[in-house]
Design a binder for this molecule. Structure first.
Ligand code: F6P
Length: 325
């Protein structure tokens, strides 16, 4: 058993719906086990500023249904430096905080891993990003809600696209991860999904649109994964117009995908992960992550979750192609 008495929790990177459920679970599991639990505002940036406060059972009342994070979040280049991490470690030691729980993506996990390796502060990562792109886990908190938000939006776009017999390019978030794009494509009956890393075959896209029109389709929806930089869909629009005389409308969904009430799936997995993260610390884990594998939340070494995952199941692409003829 561990000697841990005080723990802290922070969110880092892009927020994701369900982070509040994980915070609530950390706080209530921790207090239930006799720990003092502290919340760090604005991620690693807040840690460096000493923006830390003790959380009570009531501090996390009525939050699990809300998107965003009550702790706020940030991307913090300073924490990526050795000097920044040293400062953060000293601050945690001065406040006698024994361990840190980090809710975020692979960048946040890499920072946490270094904090452990360089300063021996026990850390547990909880995967929280809408992109579902962390190695070592099948699921990251927020993905299901982001997909739900995007599906709702595409369904609405389909109504107007049908009414005007139009083609739409709908750009979804996810950076280089194809996860949101592919799932949204299948769930909305999209005619095509443009994957973030693939070379774009414009003549095939144009031929697919033509084939659809010939067999009587009244609209076409192309889901474009944003890739490294937002705005790829404008390039696709230009190419289709200039090379194939196809007029397409562009809709970039953007941050709307990251907001709103978390779905039950996100609430459940986030609650389980928050709970397991505290249990792992109580058992004496020092550098672990909560992961979702084979339908279950479990604990894995943090070092297995440090890379970005951009793979996809080829059968999902085949399914989309088969069903969108
Ligand atoms: O990593 C999550 C994510 O929402 C990506 O899908 C997106 O590209 C990025 O964050 C946007 O970041 P920001 O909110 O900092 O502009």
């Amino acid at each position: 058993m561990s000697e841990i008495q005080k723990i802290a929790v922070l969110c880092s990177g892009g927020d994701s719906p369900g982070m509040n459920c994980a915070i609530r679970a950390v706080v209530r599991t921790g207090i239930g086990a006799g720990l003092e639990v502290y919340g760090i505002q604005k991620g690693y940036a807040g840690l460096l500023e000493g923006d830390i406060r003790q959380l009570q059972v009531s501090s996390v009342g009525n939050i699990l249904q809300h998107g965003g994070t009550i702790l706020q979040t940030s991307r913090c280049p300073e924490f990526m430096t050795e000097e920044g991490r040293k400062e953060a470690a000293n601050l945690l030691k001065r406040k006698k905080i024994d361990a840190l729980i980090v809710i975020g993506g692979d960048g946040s996990f890499n920072g946490a891993m270094k904090l452990f390796l360089e300063h021996q502060i026990p850390v547990i990562g909880i995967p929280g990003t809408i992109d579902n792109d962390i190695d070592g886990t099948d699921y990251t908190i927020g993905f299901d809600t982001a997909v739900q938000n995007a599906v709702d939006a595409v369904d609405k776009i389909r109504d107007t696209a049908n009414s005007h017999a139009r083609t739409f390019i709908v750009e979804v978030m996810g950076r280089k991860s194809p996860a949101i794009a592919l799932k949204v494509g299948i769930c909305t009956g999209a005619e095509n999904v443009i994957m973030p890393t693939a070379t774009i075959d414009y003549s095939k896209i144009a031929a697919d649109i033509d084939r659809g029109i010939k067999r009587g389709k009244t609209s076409s929806i192309l889901i474009a994964a944003e890739g490294e930089v937002e705005g790829l869909s404008h390039t696709i629009q230009k190419e289709l117009k200039e090379k194939f005389n196809h007029q397409a409308h562009v809709c970039i969904l953007g941050h709307i995908q990251r907001g709103g009430n978390p779905t039950p799936t996100d609430r459940l997995i986030a609650s389980q992960m928050g709970h397991e993260a505290v249990r792992a610390l109580l058992k004496g884990d020092t550098a672990s992550a909560t992961v979702f594998k084979s339908g279950k939340v479990m604990i894995a070494p943090l070092k297995d979750c440090l890379r970005k995952k951009n793979e996809f199941d080829i059968s999902d692409v085949e399914l989309l192609r088969t069903l969108s003829i």
